[in-house]
Design a protein around this ligand. Structure first.
Ligand code: MSP
Length: 733
């Protein structure tokens, strides 16, 4: 790979961005920086989606023209992307794309013409004129089918969008249609032949089911008399292109498709295909409509479509302007460093899953992981180098004579004890990062922080410094710490460019971690004698009480000014019992008892509890007990939860993917949603019954069952887990 192209969605220019929007930009920026570190020429696109009825209406409300509205939002976006270091000047995006650019009009018109000339895989015209009759949500810019809206109590009123809770528009007019219904098979073949085309797996399954359930043709234009703010349909200016047709095409017009200007400046052939990062709420547009349009226009498919989860408020509702529960960028920017926000977003949200945002969590993580963790390691190491080594990187090696002394001081004489650990963590970091598992990658990096901290605490350099004979030991310990920090700075640069750059410079290094491939790091390349730089804290501690008070004051100010913003609604999660088929340890309706769950430790034969009284399931004569051969029929395996999420309209069920050491993780449903948050489970080791017949629940196949104790009268499930590290797939005997 010599070039790479990553995109965020382009954001509606009807309202100002919030944390949910910032998040995708942070993820894309992090990926772009890591590719650039690897020497790959990278193009990173973000921007705004500026057409359509929603922007027209926002403009009207604000007494602006649609273009003025878009300009206003764009200027705020640019201010914020600069403040968060995401713009070109700070090494971030390469283009801030706007669909009102004349070159985009040229490109998207060319794309339309190609589609208009195309035949579907079934040999019919890909585009045709018809009549559209149905409901449309302006905020989603999407046509809504019956299961996507709530019917009104009063039949004279329009239905409401389930996403935005706003009223739908009735559309009944002539329209161009894209013959999507002819593309089902081709799309399914695409997902089949390229398993990594839609990620994560759970989303690919969702998209596949959607296509399998049958596709309907898609209305791709509105009459100019109803929607005038948009790109005119080529050769038929009485129609305006459907805003998603227009918007999706930005990904190719930005780099030169159908226009000379960007072709010269960037180069379509050079960068396409792209990796599209999107929120899971707009997956269908990217993973179904867009590939079908591209097939019709005979343009190569994207590299991949990778969907992330939603930021929720502390009550579990999706953060959105319409609801008024957003985290404002101004507030974030005022109280937190960009790096802390970037770290938090990538560390706290398991990529692909939903995550709840709370300022308190952000402050806690900043103080523990950054100020006390990485920041403290950096400043204590450099302070000791300053104090004990005249501010120069000390000598690395311990001579043969010094080995015994080092041993006596409890210091590993072989530096590989540290360097191998660091190198392994680096490899794991990269492996997880490449799979978008940012949170796990960061755990690996913080494993280094903990390892080096421990080395320092064990070696007690402050004592070594009092003993002249321990000079070499002291030097070696501080060298190892400093070299680990150099590796950490390079590794963490894509996630926290400023802090990593500072940490690197404080080590006295003058090259740029932005240009060092972490895969090329070699232990020992930190030169002895290098003069270390001025020590400055990487992450100042945040005074929690004071900051929370300031935020609350600032937010209430913002809320009381913003329209509808004062509403903080109670949790929308209604815990109604819609599915009482619990499938934890109790798939058959029988809950495992507490006693059942206790002896489950890997690799041991659990001792049957020795009791004089009857055991559970046994009568006085011992009937009901099973033979060991009966037990061995059950294949119990150690599994690791890779993802977990709620299922709409099934309050008790969680949909999980669990790695039990097979080629692909299993999909497992468990009736534990009322007791466990999905985020709590990801990464947990659990016990899976692996040879249970698959069964379907709520349309999802469950390929196994997890074990849990059933506690108390309500039968609260407590998941069986391990106190020690065990490999995925290990058998329980
Ligand atoms: N304009 C379209 C995208 C067109 S791309 C060709 C659009 N815009 S949007 O402004 O509504 O949303 C842009 C992105 O922000 C989406 O990926 C959406 O998932 C994301 N987010 C909006 N709210 C979010 C959260 N609360 N959490 C995480 N991301 C969220 O859709």
């Amino acid at each position: 790979m010599t070039t790479f192209y990553v995109t965020t969605p382009i954001y509606y220019a009807n309202s100002l961005p919030h944390l949910g929007h910032l998040y995708t930009m942070i993820v894309a920026d992090t990926i772009a920086r890591q590719k650039r570190q690897q020497g790959i020429e990278t193009f990173f696109l973000t921007g705004t989606d500026e057409h359509g009825i929603n922007i027209e209406r926002a403009a009207q409300r604000n007494n602006r023209t649609p273009k003025e509205q878009a300009d206003y939002v764009v200027s705020y976006f640019k201010k914020m992307t600069a403040a968060f270091g995401l713009d070109t000047e700070h090494g971030g995006y390469n283009i801030f794309m706007r669909t009102t650019e004349p070159f985009h009009y040229a490109g998207v018109s060319e794309f339309w013409r190609r589609v208009a000339k195309a035949k579907t895989p079934k040999g019919r015209d890909a585009l045709y004129k018809g009549h559209y009759e149905g409901w449309f949500c302006a905020a989603c810019a999407a046509y809504k089918t019956e299961d996507e809206y709530a019917k009104p109590a009063n039949p004279d009123e329009p239905p409401t969008c389930l996403v935005h809770e706003t009223k739908l528009d009735r559309v009944s007019e002539e329209s161009y249609f894209f013959r999507l219904s002819d593309y089902g098979e081709a799309l399914l073949n695409l997902y089949e032949s390229r398993p990594e085309f839609v990620l994560p797996d759970v989303r690919r399954n969702e998209v596949r089911s959607f296509v399998q359930s049958g596709l309907q043709d898609l209305s791709v234009s509105r009459l100019r008399t109803s929607v005038s703010w948009g790109v005119p349909v080529p050769d038929d200016p009485t129609h305006t292109m459907y805003v998603w047709f227009d918007a999706l095409t930005n990904y190719i017009t930005a780099i030169g498709f159908g226009n000379e200007q960007q072709q010269r400046a960037v180069g379509f052939g050079k960068f396409w295909p792209a990796l599209h990062l999107v929120g899971k709420d707009i997956l269908r547009f990217h993973a179904v409509y867009w590939p079908a349009f591209l097939m019709a226009a005979e343009v190569e498919q994207p590299r991949a479509i990778v969907a992330h989860g939603m930021w929720l408020d502390p009550n579990g509702r999706k953060m959105s302007k319409t609801i008024g529960n957003t985290i404002e960028l101004d507030v974030l920017n005022k109280h937190f460093s960009t790096d802390a926000i970037r770290y938090f977003c990538l560390r706290d949200m398991v990529f692909g899953q939903d995550g709840r945002f709370g300022y308190e969590n952000l402050i806690d993580r900043t103080n523990s992981d950054l100020a006390s963790g990485l920041g403290n390691l950096s400043s204590r190491t450099l302070t000791m180098i300053q104090r004990y080594c005249d501010g120069r990187i000390p000598q690395r090696n311990i001579s043969d004579e010094g080995l015994l002394l080092a041993k006596r001081a409890g210091v590993d004489t072989d530096e590989a004890a540290v360097s191998d650990f660091v190198a392994h963590a680096r490899d794991e970091f990269i492996r997880h990062f490449d799979k978008f598992a940012f949170s796990r990658a960061l755990e690996e990096a913080w494993g280094i922080v903990a390892r080096v901290d421990k080395m320092i605490s064990d070696a007690k350099p402050w004592d070594l410094a009092k003993d002249a004979s321990q000079r070499q030991t002291l030097n070696a310990v501080l060298y190892r710490a400093a070299e680990s920090l150099r590796w950490l700075s390079v590794l963490l640069y894509p996630v926290m460019p400023n802090a990593a750059g500072n940490a690197y410079a404080q080590l006295g290094l003058s090259d740029n971690p932005a240009k060092i491939d972490p895969g090329d790091l070699k232990w020992g390349e930190l030169s002895e004698g290098t003069e270390t730089g001025e020590i400055k804290p990487l992450f100042p501690r945040i005074d929690k009480a004071k900051t929370m008070e300031e935020i609350e004051n600032q937010e209430s100010g913002v809320r009381s000014q913003g329209p509808g913003a004062a509403e903080t609604r109670p949790s929308g999660r209604v815990q109604s019992v819609t599915d009482d088929r619990s499938i934890t340890a109790q798939g058959s309706g029988q809950h495992a008892t507490e006693a059942d769950a206790v002896p489950l430790t890997a690799g041991e034969t659990p001792a049957l509890p020795v009791k004089k009284e009857a055991l559970p399931g046994q009568n006085e004569t011992g009937e009901g007990l099973i033979e060991i051969t009966d037990f061995s029929k059950i294949d119990l395996r150690v599994g690791e939860v890779r993802s977990a999420e709620r299922i709409p309209k099934a309050d008790k069920l969680l949909l999980m993917t669990v790695d039990i050491g097979e080629e692909k993780p299993r999909q497992i449903l468990a009736g534990i949603a009322q007791y466990y948050e999905p985020e709590q489970l990801v990464g947990r080791k659990i016990v899976v019954v692996a040879n249970l017949k698959p069964r379907k629940l709520r349309g999802y196949e469950s390929q196994g069952m997890l074990l849990a104790a059933s506690v108390g009268e309500e039968g609260k499930p407590v998941i069986a887990t391990f106190g020690e590290d065990v490999p995925n797939g290990a058998r329980l005997k």
